[in-house]
Design a protein around this ligand. Structure first.
Ligand code: NAP
Ligand code: HSE
Length: 355
């Protein structure tokens, strides 16, 4: 069977999961991709750091240029996080004629138009399933499974760290700081966890989903957002006494031809499906004009669930599906028909949802 070489940039929580899946499940993945996927390089920042696992056959280096300049490498997988270095690496990889797989929602939310213009110019795919919903295949669902629909609304739990913290506080009475420390130790949180708890990470993911569901090129700064960092145990207790639970919800809906967006701690009725989403799980309720109500659920953060999404993208790229999706759907295109105008949905502060 033919082989394709991949350069993994980043070998932290997600990168290590991807390397593990590619090495331990090589035969299964090859059958589904049509070619064997060889992780030739893994790029890290600190070569002296002790790695949990032994990644057999993977050359661990600290110079990304060796990957970009390697003509054998057809796909670069960007898993370093952050915006500036990631942007440079992704743009250089595309210009060097490589396809890109990324889990980086901050990068796409902030620089989607530039990244996808470079992808179009190079006729290469950028696949990004892991950038929203972790292991939940919501990107593919919006791009493919629900393609016949005009999505009318999305209501979603999109941050595993926040949902884990809220669950631990509500069900275990744990202090906010202890629950956050746990989420960091479990590999759910961003390198800078402020992005999780202040609602920015959820807003990044909502900006990506708004692009896919509504064709709207939304700037994160235009999404009113509030995080969970100012909630207290007492807020959760009072909500419970009133028959509600508090969730950090992302919300997008078409209202009178405009798009309303917000991220906010939200009172959700305790018997509603989104109230049953606990720990690092995410859920996305999408309403389409043909399909009606749908609900997607699964682990939104953590090593192997996220690796599942990244390797799924790799298989799509190798099988040739990702480039077709990229060409046809024209993500973040300046030539796309005008999206619904975006409206600020008023204050982001705690709202009530029937979801
Ligand atoms: P992480 O654990 O902090 O790992 C980052 C990796 O990138 C480390 O191996 C680090 O090297 C390397 N790195 C950082 N800067 C670099 C640079 N300039 N050049 C080369 N290597 C560099 O991060 P993560 O949790 O795996 O997240 C990676 C990406 O996936 C982020 O965009 C994140 O938002 C996204 N994501 C994460 C999750 C999750 O559950 N963790 C879920 C979905 C999406 P060292 O090992 O030497 O420090
Ligand atoms: N920090 C993110 C979260 C990782 O907790 O949801 C998954 O995108």
């Amino acid at each position: 069977m033919q082989q394709v070489s991949v350069g993994l940039v980043g070998l932290g929580t997600v990168g290590a999961g991807v390397a593990r899946l590619l090495t331990q499940q090589a035969d299964r993945i090859a059958r589904r991709a049509g070619r064997r996927i060889d992780c030739k390089w893994a790029v890290v920042r600190d070569l002296s750091k002790r790695r949990e696992a032994d990644f057999e056959g993977v050359r661990i280096i600290d110079d990304v240029r060796r990957v970009i300049d390697d003509p054998d490498v057809e796909i670069v997988v960007e898993l370093i996080g952050g915006v500036d270095a990631a942007r440079r690496i992704v743009l250089e990889a595309l210009r060097a004629g490589k396809h890109v797989v990324t889990a980086n929602k901050a990068l796409l939310a902030e620089h989607g138009p530039e990244i996808f213009a470079a992808a179009r110019a190079a006729d290469r795919a950028v696949a990004f399933e892991a950038s929203a919903g972790g292991g939940v295949p919501i990107v593919n669902a919006l791009n493919v499974g629900l393609a016949a629909n005009q999505i009318q609304s999305l209501a979603a739990i999109l941050n595993g760290t926040c949902n884990y913290i809220l669950t631990q506080m509500t069900h275990e009475g744990m202090a906010y700081a202890d629950a956050l420390a746990d989420a960091q130790a479990l590999g759910y949180a961003e390198a800078d966890p402020t992005l999780d708890v202040d609602g920015t990470d959820t807003a990044h993911k909502l900006a990506i989903l708004a692009q896919l569901a509504f064709g709207a090129n939304v700037k994160t700064a235009d999404i009113p957002r509030e995080g969970i960092d100012r909630l207290e145990l007492a807020d959760l207790t009072y909500a419970r006494e009133l028959g509600y639970t508090i969730k950090l919800l992302a919300h997008a809906s078409l209202v009178d031809g405009g798009l309303e967006l917000r991220v906010a701690p939200t009172l959700v009725r305790r018997d509603a499906p989104l109230a049953q989403v606990h720990g690092p799980y995410n859920a996305i309720r999408a309403v389409g004009d043909a399909v009606g109500d749908t609900l997607f659920y699964g682990r939104g953060a953590g090593m192997m669930p996220t690796a599942s999404a990244v390797v799924g993208d790799l298989i799509d790229v190798v099988a040739g599906r990702a480039i077709l999706t990229s060409r046809i759907l024209d993500f973040w295109s300046a030539d796309a028909p005008p999206p619904p105008s975006c409206r600020r949905a008023g204050s982001a502060a705690a709202t009530t949802s029937a979801s």
